[in-house]
Write a new protein. Structure first.
Length: 184
C-alpha cells in the first residue's frame, strides 16, 4: 500500500488518499469508544469518562500511527488547506465539553449518548472535505442513535458507547473499501 494508482487532482482526493477515507482515525476512535464502554461496565463510570476524555486527545496521533504502520504516503499539497480546517473542526469536540457537562451533571448516564450526538454532528463537514456522502449517513446515524438513547433509554450508560464504537468500526472499514481502488 505504499504507492498510489494516480496522483490526486483535487484537495478532497488528496485527503481521501492520504487519510484513507479517515479509516485509521475512525478505527482508533472506535477502539476508544469500545474500551470506554467496557470500562463503564467493569470499572466505575468516572473511570470510563476520564479514559474516554484523555484517550480522545490522542485520536489524531493514534490514527496517524496506524496510517504510518500501513505505509500510506501523504499526497497533500502545500496549497491544500483542508488539514487546517479539520484541525479547527477537531477542536469543536473539546470546546463542547461544557455542554456535555451541563447535560450530564444531573444524569451521568447521558454521557455517551450526548457524546454520540456531538461526534455525529462533528462528522457532517467530512462530507465536504472528503467528498464522501457516506459521512452524511454516519452523521445522521450517530445523531439518531444518541438522541434515541437520550430519550428512550436514558438509564443506559455503556450501551451507547458500544453501539457508537460498532458504527464507527463499520464506517471506518466501509470508507477504507470505498477508497481502496486508489491504492496499489
Amino acid at each position: 500500500m505504499s504507492t498510489l494508482n494516480s496522483t490526486p487532482r483535487t484537495f478532497s482526493e488528496e485527503m481521501r488518499t492520504t487519510y484513507l477515507g479517515a479509516f485509521p482515525h475512525t478505527l482508533f476512535t472506535a477502539f476508544i469508544w469500545l474500551v470506554a464502554g467496557t470500562m463503564g461496565v467493569y470499572t466505575t463510570k468516572s473511570q470510563a469518562i476520564i479514559f474516554f476524555l484523555v484517550a480522545g486527545m490522542f485520536i489524531f496521533p493514534g490514527g496517524e500511527l496506524i496510517r504510518k504502520f500501513m505505509r500510506v504516503p501523504s499526497t497533500l499539497s502545500k496549497d491544500n488547506k483542508f488539514p487546517q480546517l479539520f484541525t479547527l473542526l477537531a477542536f469543536t469536540i473539546p470546546f463542547s465539553y461544557p455542554l456535555i457537562y451541563l447535560i450530564c451533571k444531573n444524569e451521568i448516564n447521558l454521557f455517551f449518548s450526548s457524546f454520540t450526538i456531538l461526534v455525529g454532528a462533528h462528522y457532517l463537514p467530512f462530507v465536504f472535505g472528503y467528498k464522501m456522502p457516506t459521512f452524511g449517513l454516519l452523521s445522521l446515524l450517530l445523531v439518531s442513535v444518541g438522541t434515541a438513547f437520550s430519550i428512550f433509554y436514558p438509564d443506559q450508560f455503556s450501551v451507547p458507547a458500544f453501539i457508537t464504537g460498532g458504527i464507527l468500526l463499520v464506517f471506518g472499514f466501509l470508507h477504507f473499501l470505498l477508497i481502496k481502488k486508489n491504492l496499489l
